[in-house]
Design a protein around this ligand. Structure first.
Ligand code: V55
Ligand code: FE
Length: 498
């Protein structure tokens, strides 16, 4: 008998597990979808399939738990077909055989039931990327699961035909539009709570071209990075772990308000660990990058410029915190889109970098750009934004990271943004950009975004023309049900998938 899911906020209301796999043919389109949009929007959400038998109180659940359930919206000739399938991870197969979830706290194998403790822990629930003919479902504590992009059939746990020895693989690999390379890293790459990191890259044919092992200054969260022509810039956040806290059955991470954020600069070519450099800044949590580029500085050296979202404190309040400043109110945490500068001629062993410049000063998350401009100075960033005056039916303001209620098109040169309102009682998920054509100018195309209609308890896919961004969506595509909050996804043009 399947027990009810625990009555906790992360599993209730709009966030109740969806658990649906299957297809919906020809979704209803309100408005207009131009024929130039031809491709698939893939995204993934953490979506617990089995209710927990082991920790029935559910208090250990956080929004990053849950089996990866991949959605595909295939857009062609003005029509949208929908498909969804779970990644058949080793972990999900064990859950299905037991007809219950047997896992404990987030990324802590010491809390899992003995029957499942040895299983590959990845839930494949954080991002889906297309590379070399395969769809890769990613979770940063394991290797990818490969899927067939046409059928969403899981092909298996994927070590790139034995080419990688890292035990982990980022959920945010970078794709070089000039060379077709996929640039990746893993942290805690030999075992949980180690400082071992691995940088690796693949040519567009899937052959490994680089592998470089190095250590980070402490064992912390390295969720996202940005890439220039010659460097990968890792963001090591002050969200830390150690073996003791895992053995004490705590959740993996704790945020330390006394620890600076660190940036690791890895040369993309040459695989020389002695060339890896670290830089630091005050305490803060840069969550996601938009892009980076490298220029020649006035001192004659290389200057790296990187744009990211910056939260001035713990961005993930479901993880515990230490050394919290006395006057800190979580609801007042400031969030900005910022531009960092890293001077490669700076000489001390871990130089402190200067305060970043603010690009856009509203609460924002999920920055995305025109991916044809990765590692070049982009003009536009598309992101979710919180417009503070929007209210829920019972008059509550929608504020905070979990409640992005509109989309923004940020002009990085002027700091001005166009806002696309998406309707009342709506939370936007991560927007992705699809260019109008292969040779369109930067940012000319469409923003595609799944939105949560809290009033209807259903989801819509919206499509916004970036030429008339502030006019609102040109098409609203109705799903006949609700998809919970997802993390990341990508647009894949049909010509790239063929
Ligand atoms: C993120 C999400 C995760 C995770 C680590 O996007 C970071 C942030 C869905 O799980 O495990
Ligand atoms: Fe992410």
């Amino acid at each position: 008998m399947a027990l009810p899911f625990p009555d906790v906020p992360f599993l209730s209301g709009f966030e109740e597990p969806c658990r649906f796999e299957g297809k919906v043919f020809d979704l209803v389109v309100n408005g207009f979808l131009p024929r130039s949009i031809d491709g698939t929007f893939f995204r993934v959400m953490p979506d617990p399939l089995l209710s927990p038998a082991y920790f029935q109180d559910g208090t250990h659940y956080i929004p990053f738990d849950g089996d990866g359930n991949v959605s595909a919206f295939r857009i062609r000739d003005g029509h949208v077909d929908f498909q969804q399938a779970y990644v058949q991870t080793e972990r999900l197969k064990k859950e299905k055989s037991k007809r219950a979830s047997m896992w404990g706290r987030y990324r802590n194998p010491f809390t899992a039931h003995p029957c499942v403790r040895a299983a590959i822990e990845s839930t494949a629930n954080t991002n889906v990327v297309f590379f070399n003919g395969k769809l890769l479902a990613l979770k940063e504590n394991g290797l990818p699961y490969a899927m067939n992009p046409d059928t969403l059939e899981t092909l298996g746990y994927y070590d790139f035909e034995g080419q990688i020895t890292s035990k982990t693989f980022t959920a945010h690999p970078k794709f070089d539009p000039k060379t077709g390379e996929m640039v990746c890293w893993g942290y805690e790459a030999k075992a949980n709570a180690t400082t071992d990191c691995c940088y690796f890259a693949f040519g567009k044919d899937g052959k490994k071209t680089e592998e470089c092992w190095f250590k980070s200054p402490f064992c912390g969260f390295i969720h996202d990075a940005a890439m220039t022509d010659d460097y990968l810039i890792l963001m090591l956040c002050p969200l830390v772990t150690d073996l003791e806290r895992l053995k004490e059955k705590q959740t993996h991470w704790v945020y330390d308000y006394n620890l600076p954020v660190h940036f690791g600069v890895i040369p993309r070519r040459g695989s020389d660990p002695s060339k890896v450099r670290w830089f630091k800044w005050k305490n803060g949590f840069p969550t996601h990058t938009a892009n980076a580029t490298q220029v020649k500085g006035s001192n004659g050296g290389t200057k790296l410029i990187m744009d990211s979202v910056l939260v001035y404190g713990n961005a993930l309040p479901f993880f515990p915190e230490v050394n919290v400043p006395e006057n800190l109110k979580p609801e007042n945490l400031k969030i900005s889109m910022v531009r960092w500068e890293i001077d490669m001629l700076a000489s001390s062993s871990i130089p402190t970098i200067k305060d970043p410049k603010i690009l856009f000063d509203e609460v924002s998350e999920f920055p995305s750009i025109d991916d044809r401009f990765v590692s070049r100075a982009q003009k536009y960033i598309f992101c979710g934004v919180t417009i503070p005056d929007a209210v829920t039916p019972d008059g509550k303001s929608l504020v905070g990271l979990g409640a992005l209620n509109a989309l923004a098109k940020v002009d990085c040169q002027t700091g001005k943004a166009e806002i696309c309102h998406v309707g009342p009682d709506t939370i936007v998920q991560e927007p992705v950009f699809a260019p109008r054509s292969k040779d369109a100018v930067e940012g000319d195309g469409f923003v595609i975004c799944l939105v949560n209609r809290l009033d209807k308890m259903a989801s819509d896919l919206i499509v916004v023309d970036t030429r008339s961004f502030a006019d609102g969506p040109m098409a609203v595509v109705n799903l006949p049900f609700r998809l919970r909050q997802g993390l990341h996804g990508n647009w894949v043009d049909a010509s790239d998938m063929a």
